[in-house]
Ligand binder design. Structure first.
Ligand code: ZN
Length: 236
């Protein structure tokens, strides 16, 4: 089994465990669907009551959300929805534009048939989520597509950094996105898979660069109106 496959299996297991946690899935979805604004306090007692689960399950869910960079945990102050500043958002995308085109080049040189098949299956799932208007799920899956490419490149340290940047991007895109069209659009990801299949390193690098520049250019760093809704209203 290749390293890429082992990692894919590991992350599937991790995903399978964590998707059983209703606090993780419910809050993640509410954040990515823009129902929970940045900075919203996430009180453990409210979450336990809303989801009908123990405080232990609430804490496990919140820790996984913090690992995904969607939630900030502070000692004695509890959890709140992460609140990336425009500057941080810009830096995250600048870092991705530096790292990911090179990573796509390397991935194109290494991609085998199993890798290409895994990417195509993943892209289908992503497009199905978009077609069903499951915007939160579609956003998470498109981020995962970028992580898979970094894993195929097999540069572990860079892949870890990209994974972190992609997690932070999901929230940034949810907060600052301006276009009504799809985020990582179908065409871009399919063209990248085609380039990987042909082992065309130059094309993969260029496609990834233009894809990220396009994503970045669709972000508008203005803060939306604050809401007077309660946590329960926002989660419902
Ligand atoms: Zn993309």
């Amino acid at each position: 089994m290749s390293i890429t496959q082992q990692e894919a299996n590991f992350s599937r297991r991790f995903d399978a465990d964590i998707v059983q946690n209703p606090v993780f899935t419910g809050v993640e979805r509410a954040i990515l669907e823009q129902r929970l604004p940045p900075g919203t306090r996430l009180a453990e007692t409210d979450l336990a009551e809303f989801y009908g689960v123990s405080r232990t399950i609430v804490r496990t869910g919140l820790q996984a959300l913090a690992h995904s960079q969607l939630v900030t945990l502070r000692p004695n102050r509890g959890a709140s929805v992460a609140n990336p500043s425009p500057r941080e958002a810009r830096e995250v995308f600048e870092a991705r534009e530096l790292l990911e085109p090179r990573s796509a080049r390397e991935a194109a040189l290494r991609a085998n048939r199993a890798d290409v098949r895994a990417l195509r299956l993943h892209a289908q799932e992503e497009h199905a989520a978009m077609a069903n208007n499951e915007s939160g799920r579609a956003l998470r899956l498109s981020g995962r597509f970028h992580v898979m490419i970094a894993q195929i490149a097999n540069q572990r340290t860079i892949a870890e950094i990209i994974e972190n940047l992609v997690s932070r991007s999901s929230l940034i895109i949810a907060l600052y996105w301006t276009r009504s069209s799809t985020r990582c659009d179908e065409g871009c990801h399919n063209a990248l898979i085609d380039a990987l299949e042909r082992n065309d390193a130059g094309e993969a690098e260029e496609l990834m660069r233009s894809h990220l520049v396009e994503l970045h250019s669709a972000l508008r760093f203005e803060v939306g109106p604050s809401s007077n809704l309660t946590l329960k209203d926002m989660l419902s």
